[in-house]
Design a protein around this ligand. Structure first.
Ligand code: ASP
Length: 311
């Protein structure tokens, strides 16, 4: 029997000091929720969904209720889930009002023939199955958006230099922290899930790595499971979650995560974090962002959590 384990992260990026304790409390609660499900015999898929719901409902995280806003000031949330036993998986994108995007991703995986569904159709499917809707545009994120937009206009933000140039040249065109969880259940099945509001001030219509299998998340019982956080464009271009899983064929979860992030730094620069879980239930954490907030729970090791600074 496998040693059931779950690791969750509340996102890479720059966590202000006054948010560290509340972020850590949030990932600890989510890991505990996922672990309980699996202790009760629930599947890895049920565990990662439950852990991610916990974080989507917690506005400290950039997912579900705490989703960051796009350049036009709206929520466009993405989420993904993958089952390492069947290699089934799906992502959902550009959601405005699904309370729990991760549950919609699970629905798409279980009820449709597709691996990625975006926008209104996706939300209508969720509503048809009775998934709850909610207003995800919370006042704190609106305040942050106004401030960030002002900084962008003053060119004090250099995150999207080409977007900025495009906006200056074509004025009429239109006017960050993901959560994730890989888990291993009592039967030895792996799963991964993630959910995000995306990067702050993204173009409307931009879809990140989180709903893309292989980029934002991957799970394969023969390899391991991984989720990524940080700049989605890097995660997609380097297919980082699948790369981390492939590395677990011969490396431990920690070595695989570290190798993947080293490769990212070399090939694409900074801006990414990975959490991974191997077939033996060992977990790994690596990032080249200022922080990564995570918690893990194992039968033997108990609950561990950390807001790691850049290594
Ligand atoms: N990876 C997410 C995205 O690019 C953002 C994040 O992890 O904070 O949409």
């Amino acid at each position: 029997m496998a040693n059931p384990t779950i690791i969750v992260h509340g996102g890479a990026g720059n966590w202000p000091k006054n948010k560290h304790a509340i972020g850590l409390a949030g990932v600890r609660k989510a890991a505990t929720r996922g672990f309980q499900i699996r202790q009760q015999g629930g599947s890895a898929i049920q565990a990662v969904e439950a852990a991610v719901i916990e974080m989507e409902d917690n506005p400290i995280f950039n997912a579900g209720k705490g989703s960051t806003l796009n350049l036009a000031g709206n929520v466009e949330a993405d989420a993904g889930i993958m089952d390492g036993k069947t290699l089934g998986g799906a992502g959902v994108a550009l959601l405005h009002h699904m309370k729990n995007p991760i549950s919609l991703a699970k629905l798409v995986m279980e009820k449709t023939d597709h691996a990625l569904l975006a926008g209104k159709t996706a939300e209508r499917l969720g509503e048809a199955y009775g998934l709850p809707v909610a207003n995800l545009r919370i006042p704190e994120r609106v305040r942050q958006w106004k401030k960030a937009k002002h900084e962008l206009e003053k060119r004090r933000i250099s995150d999207f230099p080409r977007n900025l140039k495009l906006l200056q040249d074509k004025r009429g065109f239109f006017l960050r922290d993901t959560v994730g969880a890989p888990a291993l259940d009592q039967k030895g099945n792996l799963a991964a899930a993630d959910s995000t509001g995306g990067v702050s001030l993204k173009f409307p219509g931009r879809i990140g790595d989180s709903p893309i299998l292989g980029a934002g998340l991957y799970a394969d019982n023969r390899l391991g499971a991984a989720t990524a956080t940080g700049v989605g464009e890097i995660a997609m271009r380097l297919v980082v979650s699948k790369s981390a899983c492939d590395a677990m064929l011969s490396l431990t979860a920690q070595s695989a995560a570290a190798k993947t992030v080293r490769d990212v730094t070399r090939l694409a620069g900074r801006g990414l974090g990975i959490v991974s879980l191997d077939r033996k239930g060992r977990y790994g954490i690596a990032h080249n962002t200022p922080h990564l907030c995570w918690a893990a729970l194992t039968k033997d090791g108990g609950l561990v959590s950390q807001m790691v600074g850049r290594r």
